[in-house]
Design a protein around this ligand. Structure first.
Ligand SMILES: *Cc1c(COP(=O)(O)O)cnc(C)c1O
Length: 710
């Protein structure tokens, strides 16, 4: 079999720098800041205007500029150094080949979304960014890995906030030729896979993206063979209508297995990131049944290689469908599994207050050899939530473990911060990322050097916010109050708190606004100003989430805030990068225990930005009394109202009595050494532990290797 991913991009580049095209085609560049610089240096302004898209940059940059760069000694020096590192990365044996040579067939990873870079908007939030970081780390570790997801033709929406604070969604159809993806071809035509619904066939073609060494295959239903309705199936993330949701999940789980088979893969492990991909368990059984094995033994045989990660801490958040809807699309399928309708439904049945449902997590839990939550507390919550599936076991023996999430360090750490660590921990510190002894040498960094790097990143953020506002103002239709409310009055020397995440009600974005009078008094004190930067999207169908944004926006527009409370539109990975690197404190106020893990706080912490958060998810494990601040206590409350009141009180008190005084306790060098010691403690505790380096190694040890042995 001969497969050919058509390179959709052809560049006309001077020979001496022609490999820039190769670099643009592999997302490896996106987590290697020196590679991004090579593009930016060709034309900084264009690079920003094109939203950091190297494919467009190489096509649109002035030809004379390219010729000039091809002769520029400094540029060529950077170029040669970068490509030496690039070649080395792909050639050398990495950690996995050295320590786990038995891992030969790949781990197949399935996720509804991937947050790899802002130019490829096939993610909506934390789940996607986690999948993206997982792939980058798998590539770095040299783990044999292949991933499956969707190529959403319209990406995720862009957010605009109207003058009265209402979120508007702009859908921007993606231009695939501008993206680092190529259509997989076979015998001169696109390779397709299909699935038979009772009344029609659904087909999909496959795009390939390269994430370092890891291939990512993205299914796309926009093919001629499908009817108009089905062609739109992969146009968007998370359709609100249930028909489309179930069809998407059939395509991901069943179609995803078929795609990997059509591409010639024989994965050793099948990892489902959340229940959206649970149908893959059935498709693997069907393959065996087709070969003459009975359902029960096929389930037994395939189970050990399935790994399921749940991210949902509340029953209502779980993905489930009415049985009639499952029947509508899968009525042909149970016969192929050798099952009756009833037996088929039993595999995933969940009795809920609104009747019997077909539950995607139940299906995955029953048919996986290993399952996990994404923090210690979330593991506990999950065991309790799903204990009814194991009625003869004590809750603590319910077979759901936990692997706390992590972030991909190089992807999220400021370039200058990395350079600083290189000078004090050693050029190759990154190879020892998860070694606490190496990372603890952060103590050797002189305070003023760390502070200067932080101030640099903070000014960069403030400058970036101003430029965004300028661009928006120039386009017109932007009220001066919105200009102020978007951050033009931000002072890079004032204590700055960041709060950016999805606007879901449990995240309680407005907790810090619950006593506006008290807050205004706190932020406007002479000589001790405080600024708060908000950002985040609400799901387009989530009106309570949008009302929260509006509530925040009303506070933003008050003149009494002095432009110190701001809301920045259109949160994405790019804005996230500026914020987590540039603020002084990262605030998170979820209602416990609904934040399964949370990851944005980790991104902040690795840049020396301490967290100020509820003891939920990852922060409950990381907080040690010296590396940031806790909001509320590590305990359940009797009601939401009780928790909200207690947490608000705790938040204001800690801000007033600890955070503000410590930040402004300046020595003669205009630094607070007490503050800098918190920054160092933050980095020392979070870098080694809450990285995808530690996380992926934990998945290997707890799940991937054991799956091979069974
Ligand atoms: C990291 C990230 C998230 C997830 O943040 P949480 O802390 O888990 O809420 C969401 N969106 C973007 C753009 C991110 O970069």
């Amino acid at each position: 079999m001969e497969f050919l991913a058509i390179p959709s991009q052809q560049f006309d580049l001077p020979k001496r720098i022609s490999r820039l095209g190769e670099l643009a085609a592999n997302l490896w560049w996106s987590w290697n800041p020196d590679a991004a610089r090579l593009f930016a240096q060709l034309d900084h302004d264009l690079w920003e205007r094109l939203g950091h898209n190297p494919i467009r940059l190489l096509n649109e940059v002035n030809r004379d500029r390219l010729k000039q760069a091809a002769k520029d000694k400094d540029y060529l020096e950077n170029y040669d150094r970068l490509f030496a590192a690039f070649d080395d990365y792909f050639k050398k044996d990495a950690w996995s080949q050295k320590t786990h040579p038995q891992l030969i067939n790949p781990v197949a990873y399935f996720s509804m979304e991937y947050g790899l870079h802002e130019t490829l908007p096939i993610y909506s939030g934390g789940l996607g960014v986690l999948s993206g970081d997982h792939l980058k780390e798998a590539s770095d570790l040299g783990l044999p890995f292949v991933a499956v997801g969707f190529m959403y033709a319209q990406g995720y929406f862009n957010q605009r906030i109207s003058e009265d604070g209402w979120q508007e969604a702009l859908n921007n159809p993606l231009t695939f030729e501008h993206l680092p993806v190529s259509l997989v071809m076979k015998d001169g035509a696109p390779l397709t896979i299909d699935f038979d619904f009772p009344d029609r066939k659904l087909s999909a073609q496959i795009w390939e993206a390269r994430v370092g060494r890891v291939p990512l295959y993205l299914l796309d239903s926009n093919v001629e063979a499908n009817n108009e309705y089905d062609r739109l199936l992969t146009a968007r993330l998370y359709w609100s209508d249930l028909d489309r949701r179930v069809m998407q999940e059939i395509l991901l789980g069943i179609g995803g297995v078929r795609a990997l088979r059509a591409l010639g893969y024989n994965p050793a492990v099948w990892h489902m990131n959340e229940g959206h991909a649970s149908f893959l368990t059935l498709e693997r059984i069907r393959e065996q049944v087709a070969g003459g094995v009975a359902f029960a033994s096929a389930a037994q045989k395939t189970r050990a290689q399935n790994v399921f990660t749940t991210h949902t801490p509340v029953p209502a958040g779980n993905d489930e469908f009415p049985l009639w809807l499952i029947e509508k699309y899968l009525a042909n399928y149970w016969a192929e599994l050798g099952l009756t309708r009833e037996q088929f439904m039993d595999a995933a049945k969940h009795s809920t207050p609104h009747g019997e449902m077909y539950s995607m997590p139940v299906l995955a839990l029953k048919l996986s050899g290993g399952s996990n939550g994404v923090s210690e507390l979330h593991g506990e919550v999950s065991r309790d939530m799903w204990k009814f599936l194991w009625p003869d076991r004590a809750v603590k023996d319910v077979p759901i473990q936990h692997v706390t999430n992590g972030v991909h360090t190089r992807n999220w750490m400021g370039r200058r911060m990395n350079t600083l660590l290189e000078s004090y921990l050693g050029k190759n510190w990154y190879d020892s990322l998860d070694d606490h002894a190496v990372i603890s040498r952060i103590d050797e960094i002189p305070d003023f050097e760390l502070w200067n790097v932080h101030l640099h990143l903070k000014r960069k953020m403030a400058f970036y916010l101003t430029e965004r506002v300028r661009e928006r103002w120039t386009r017109g239709g932007f009220h001066p109050v919105q200009v102020v409310g978007s951050g033009v009055l931000i002072n890079p020397y004032a204590l700055t708190i960041g709060f950016a995440r999805r606007f879901a009600t449990y995240k309680r974005a407005s907790l810090i606004l619950s006593d506006v009078e008290r807050l205004l008094e706190l932020i406007n004190r002479p000589n001790q100003p405080v600024q708060i930067i908000f950002a985040g999207k609400a799901h387009p169908a989530d009106d309570p989430g949008k009302e929260l944004i509006q509530q925040v926006y009303r506070a933003v527009k008050k003149a009494e805030t002095g432009g110190r409370i701001v809301f920045v539109e259109d949160y994405d990975m790019n804005l996230a990068r500026y914020l987590v690197q540039g603020v002084d404190v990262w605030l998170n106020t979820p209602r416990r225990p609904y934040e399964a893990s949370g990851t944005s706080g980790m991104k902040a912490a690795i840049n020396g930005v301490p967290n100020f958060s509820v003891l939920d998810g990852w922060w409950r494990e990381a907080y040690n009394g010296k590396n940031g601040w806790a909001i509320g206590e590590d305990k359940p409350y009797e009601s939401n109202e009780a928790q909200d009141a207690a947490d608000a009180e705790s938040l204001y008190n800690t801000l007033e009595r600890q955070i503000i005084p410590k930040f402004y306790e300046r020595d003669p060098k205009e630094m607070s050494s007490a503050w800098i010691s918190i920054m160092k403690e933050t980095m020392k505790t979070v870098i080694p532990q809450f990285s995808t380096r530690r996380m992926v190694k934990e998945y290997i040890g707890k799940f991937y290797i054991p799956a091979l042995k069974k």
